[in-house]
Write a protein that binds this ligand. Structure first.
Ligand SMILES: [Zn+2]
Length: 365
């Protein structure tokens, strides 16, 4: 474990490690770059390097051991999607009155707080920033430096103004990392008070090469598919369970084919029959819906003339045909139906989940 596991963007990473070495890590730092460029991974690695209890070094610069009590607790944040799903599920179970005042925050280390966009609107909300204001002036207990990571630059207006108040009087013992695909989303007054570090996307070929060295179980064509499905994200690519994804995607395709053209109902019923109630059925449904979302995103890319960016490259011909037969509105509505199913599952409303009903709902009429 260490910065050697962070692929690409060597210059940016070196500058940041130099600033840690000189105790000049900014109070506020914008990490900007496209999706999959490693903003979040790097933010956590910096938090580990600042707080590693074994004062690890490599190439004469601060690094982290990955095994001490600070490193391991911060590393639990790496699986961000899983942590957010847990927090959302906990909130769904609360009484209505408490739900309203509960904001999604991730804290696996007492002095490292991750602030993701709060669902369903997926914006950073003022309640989340208020928690940061309450916490950030507290001297860290276990960390040398407290770290606050905002994983999105999509702030509600009031939330952005509250953040600005912190940046006007930042405490000496904390750093705020702001992750942004586009710095234009942040208020100019926030940008002017923060340092900035830019990350470029990892080229697909470089990611494929990296996968080749570590996933010899995959053929070159499959490695290429995994690199795209992981959207350039190294960690996601190395852990990608392709067989499982392809099984889910096959079922998602049955639903899409059924919805978009005349098809044999028995194929649909044979597929939906395999989705049973209970935890196993829920996990399977979630996997299938996620695969369906990636197909819908590809259909949108094809419709907007950006077919070169699609992820499910092995299905290009079929997706082209499908994209020509459906409207933008249908894709939007189908995406919304998927969100409703996902939200129903989180609230345990779908004990008798009916994929047949879902299939009828999204069918093009
Ligand atoms: Zn450590």
């Amino acid at each position: 474990m260490g910065f050697k596991d962070f692929l690409g963007n060597e210059t940016t990473v070196r500058h940041l490690r130099e600033s840690i070495a000189q105790s000049r890590l900014p109070h506020a730092l914008i990490l900007t770059g496209p999706r999959g460029s490693g903003k979040y991974t790097l933010a956590l690695m910096l938090a580990q390097a600042v707080n590693c209890l074994n004062s690890t070094e490599s190439d004469g610069l601060p690094d982290f051991c990955g095994t001490c009590r600070n490193c391991t607790r911060i590393a639990e944040d790496m699986q961000l999607d899983a942590r957010v799903e847990e927090a959302v599920a906990t909130r769904e179970e609360m009484r209505e009155v408490d739900k309203k005042d509960t904001r999604i925050l991730i804290q696996t280390h007492p002095d490292v707080l991750v602030i993701p966009p709060d669902p369903p609107q997926l914006l950073i909300k003022v309640g989340q920033v208020r928690t940061v204001i309450r916490e950030i002036y507290r001297v860290p207990a276990d960390a040398k430096r407290a770290i606050y990571i905002f994983t999105s630059a999509a702030f509600m207006k009031e939330a952005a103004n509250s953040l600005l108040k912190i940046l006007e009087e930042p405490p000496a013992h904390a750093s705020i990392f702001l992750l942004a695909e586009n710095t234009g989303e942040l208020l100019p007054t926030i940008r002017s008070r923060a340092g900035i570090a830019r990350l470029g996307a990892l080229p697909l070929e470089q990611l494929e090469q990296h996968i080749a060295g570590r996933r010899s179980d995959l053929s070159p064509a499959k490695r290429s598919l995994v690199a795209r499905l992981a959207q350039g994200a190294v960690g996601a690519a190395l852990g990608f369970d392709l067989e499982r994804y392809l099984a889910y995607r096959q079922d998602a395709l049955v639903l899409l084919r059924h919805a978009t053209r005349e098809s044999d109902h028995s194929v649909l019923f044979r597929m939906t029959e395999t989705y049973r109630a209970g935890a196993e059925g829920q996990e399977k449904t979630q996997g299938m819906l996620r695969a369906m979302i990636s197909l819908l995103e590809d259909l949108l890319l094809i419709q907007s003339g950006q077919a070169v960016l699609i992820r499910n490259v092995d299905l290009q011909a079929e997706l082209n045909t499908m994209a020509a037969s459906i409207s933008f509105d249908w894709i939007e509505n189908t995406a919304r139906s998927i969100q409703q199913v996902q939200s129903g599952m989180r609230r345990n409303l779908l004990r008798s989940l009916s994929l047949d009903a879902f299939a009828a709902e999204i069918a093009v009429r």
